[in-house]
Design a protein around this ligand. Sequence first.
Ligand code: ARG
Length: 465
Amino acid sequence: MTSKIWGGRFSAGPAAIMEEINVSVGFDQRLAKQDLHGSRAHCTMLVAQGIVSKEDGDAIQEGLTRIEKEIISGNFLFKRALEDVHMNIESRLADLIGAPAGRLHTARSRNDQVATDFRMWVRAALETLDEEVRKLQSVLIDKAEVHAGTIMPGFTHLQTAQPVTFGHHLMAYVEMFGRDRGRLIDARTRLNECPLGAGALAGTSFPINRALTAEKLNFDRPMANSMDAVSDRDFALEFMAAASILAVHMSRLAEEMVNWSSVQFGFIRFTDAFSTGSSIMPQKRNPDAAELVRGKSGRVFGGLFALLTVMKALPLTYSKDMQEDKEIVFAAFDTLELCLAATAGMVDDMKPDVERMRGSAGSGYATATDLADWLTQALNIPFRESHHITGKIVKLAEGKGCDLADLSLEEMQAAEPRITKDVFKVLTPEASAASRTSFGGTAPDNVRKQAEAARARFLTLGKAP
Ligand code: ARG
């Protein structure tokens, strides 16, 4: 059997394997809503321009409404033999209204049709992700505020560096996710031009009104070049790039949760809601959700690379290669939705062991920088020399197997005679964190202010970061 829709010049139907490789309706039916929306706008424009009669236009709109109901109620039968979502809908329209259905595809090609549908889908996906990242930021800010004064060790090279607050650490992720939202919104702005009316590639001889369809579909304007309109997939690549960076950020937070919840760190504990057991080791409480967020990031990066490779060196304009774009984007979206919800759930669930974090921040010479700073601030010793003196004192403490604060004043003075007992005031992790009052620093008061400012910057609805 030849295709009803494009089979005019064919005398035989496709080989089974041809149909198998060509068919996309299994996945592109996710574009059904956008396809109906696009068809409605196109039909309205055709009538407004006098290209299709009002009568036929009304019949088409009515048929599309019936199809929409069938799809929503799950009664629409998608047929693989009809290849894709576009031809399934058009064919059903013909079943329902007969001859006028044949007028809908006037001045339109599947090339501009799919580009329009997919843009609208990605636009909605960007908006959904923006909102979900916003929710994650909200949970992080709440937690950060509660723990604005909770002291923990900050790390560089995963070695104890300087005391920070847990709230400050969490607020770092709020900033990262804020930039992610900026990328999503930025991609949406660039995406929002309408390909419809580009036809197969060259435009059309019908007197269409592209501005009207663009407006009806909430695009800012029609795309300026018909060849670009049908062959551009930058919007999908930008989606995947922004998605990948977001996935990187989630994987970093997930990794920290895995580390922190280990017995060795013991910084946080998940309730039973976010812990899993081992089938053999009864003592285990595994952070599976965090590990999966970390692991699933790989799929998203893989998708970015797959789509870059699909598009690389593709000549203008449309090639069927581009049908491969949709599954990649759909899968990345699904993965991110899942990971964002799981991450927000874990952030809300995790309980820090405040004592243990404080204890860890008090060991490992985390306040050595504070000692060096004190030598410079109190004794006016040049910082390089202060660094050297402090190094000697750390070595001494190491030799004795104690912390800096456990050394006697005499022992300190052996390294630098001008040191006074005031030095001990700066050697606690609390004093260290509290002294970091520079803009963006870790002092608890700063963190409280940062959290408040972040609410206004990121959580106000309808406001782009
Ligand atoms: N299913 C196709 C896709 O997703 C629709 C466009 C088909 N265009 C064509 N010239 N065969 O890319």
